[in-house]
Design a protein around this ligand. Structure first.
Ligand code: ADQ
Length: 473
């Protein structure tokens, strides 16, 4: 028995060392969660995903892979992958599900490619599947997969988890009918479909009711072959890892360097992938509004804005980058002087120790997505503040804001009020900071990523077992 985990990206990185190619396991949040569950439950794991390397490279080097799990790369033709990933997944579904329907670039060929890619992956999974295996499908790239797998493997235990928001009916209905049906029926192939929040659960069930004419009882849809439970499973982080990183000597060294560099200033910090959903421009406008309204803060505050490159081949992302760079230039040009740049901007990824040093140096973390399924940065910031200092300013449009109730909440579209909230955060006394951090850390220590994976997979198994033991549907 094993877990078959399916996500678009494989949890490995390919590095060239001199002339050698080395595959090493990468430790993102999802990999940490799935691996910790398989270790604790003593189950084997096979990870299926789309290869971003060629078949020969993998075949020649796979024996040197040091992860204690199996990797099953799926190779897609370049054109098919472009239509499936860049266009249908990222320019249609991502835009639509984050409430940017005007950014949607739908075309039939892209939808056909999405279906083909889901079919290719389903076939690969059915080849490696053995009775008793537990299949976990991740995210918007593979919403057709649960139904395809149910057809190929009627008795399989299948869980599906969506990492991005599920939009409300009025937005979802904009998709062409066949795409809507494909997505809803696809997800309903699973025994358990999980979302970050109850809002997403309600949106999904409402779309199923209105568009497929099915009704649910206590968020369970009954079908001929099986039943599907719909539930809320807010993803989280490895709390201990972020909390304990505070004391690492490398982190402490980097932190004192940052603190020394800005010793007479308060630090506002943010870090995101470059994405129009993250509200980076709204954030800069709010910061600008804050500096105009509270001139006494000029030269006493610096905004460290870190952005990690992402999806650069998609037009909307390139445009966004230019807009952000223009805003940074405008603010620094108009408000800064030869001694002070209000915004310090970095367009590159940062390593873990540096990230923790930045989190733990920042007086305020300013997190302002205009729409975000969860937002792990908010949870990471809170977890890393072992010193119980710092203030989290968090957009109400994130899943995380439902859990992190002691954050200062903002509507990222209201730049005046956000400017005021920034001032409020900078002025917060230490006792208040400590109180809020303590509450949020207590919550995150309990609701960590291991609990998330365990709850999700246990519920998938329970749902499947219950159906198989239960009376006729
Ligand atoms: P993302 O949109 O990628 O994830 P998020 O949840 O914030 O967003 O996770 C980003 C991760 O990347 C964090 O772990 C963060 O530390 C890291 N990161 C961000 N910027 C970085 C940088 N410049 N350098 C290095 N690391 C950086 C999607 C959904 C989210 C959902 C997650 C998990 O969009 O809503 O929370 O999946 O389900």
């Amino acid at each position: 028995m094993k877990i078959i985990n399916i996500s678009y990206r494989l949890p490995l990185s390919v590095k060239k060392q001199n002339t050698k190619t080395v595959f090493t396991p990468s430790s993102g949040g999802l990999a940490t969660a799935v691996l910790s569950y398989t270790q604790k439950s003593e189950q084997k794991l096979t990870w299926v995903g789309i290869a971003d390397f060629d078949r020969n490279t993998w075949e020649n080097h796979k024996n040197e892979f040091e992860g204690n799990f199996e990797i099953e790369p799926v190779y897609l033709d370049r054109r098919l992958n472009r239509n499936f990933y860049n266009i249908f997944s990222n320019s249609v579904l991502w835009a639509m599900f984050h409430y940017f329907p005007s950014y949607m670039e739908y075309n039939e060929a892209a939808f056909e490619a999405y279906k083909s890619a889901n079919e290719i992956v389903a076939k690969r999974v059915s080849e490696i599947y053995e009775p008793g295996d537990l299949i976990w499908v991740h995210d918007y790239h593979f919403m057709g997969l649960p139904k395809l797998l149910r057809k190929l493997l009627p008795d399989a235990q299948i869980g599906f988890f969506l990492h991005i928001p599920f939009p409300n009916f009025e937005i979802f209905r904009i998709l062409p009918s066949k795409a809507k049906r494909y997505i809803l029926e696809g997800i309903l192939g699973s025994n358990l479909a999980g979302f970050h929040t109850w809002d997403n659960v309600i949106h999904f069930t409402e779309c199923v009711e209105k568009l497929l004419g099915l009704s649910h009882r206590n968020f369970v849809f009954s079908q001929d072959t099986h039943r599907t439970r719909i539930g809320s499973y807010p993803i989280s982080i490895d709390f201990e890892k972020f909390h304990n990183a505070y004391d690492k000597p490398e982190v402490a060294k980097l932190r004192s360097e940052i603190r020394e560099l800005y010793q007479d200033k308060k630090i506002i910090f943010s870090v995101d992938r470059l994405d129009y959903t993250k509200g980076i421009n709204n954030r800069l406008s709010a910061f600008e509004s804050f500096l105009k309204k509270y001139p006494e803060w000029r030269e006493k505050v610096v905004f460290l804005l870190v952005i990690v490159p992402s999806r650069e081949e998609i037009t909307k992302y390139g445009e966004r980058k230019s807009m952000i760079e223009q805003s940074v230039g405008r603010i620094n040009g108009a408000m800064g002087n030869y001694k002070w740049s209000p915004v310090v901007y970095q367009y590159q990824s940062v390593e873990f120790d540096k990230l923790i040093a930045l989190y733990t140096s920042a007086d305020v973390a300013l997190i302002s997505p205009v729409r975000d399924g969860m937002n792990l940065v908010a949870k990471e910031y809170v977890a890393s503040r072992k010193d119980l200092r710092g203030v989290l300013v968090l957009s109400l449009m994130t899943g995380a804001s439902k859990e992190l109730q002691e954050a200062i909440a903002i509507n990222p579209f209201d730049k005046e009020l956000t400017g005021y909230r920034i001032a409020q955060a900078l002025d917060m006394d230490e006792k208040q900071q400590e109180k809020r951090m303590r509450h949020m850390q207590k919550y995150l220590a309990k609701h960590d990523v291991f609990r998330w994976a365990t709850r999700f997979l246990t519920d998938t198994i329970d749902m499947h077992d219950h159906d198989n033991k239960a009376q006729p549907l």
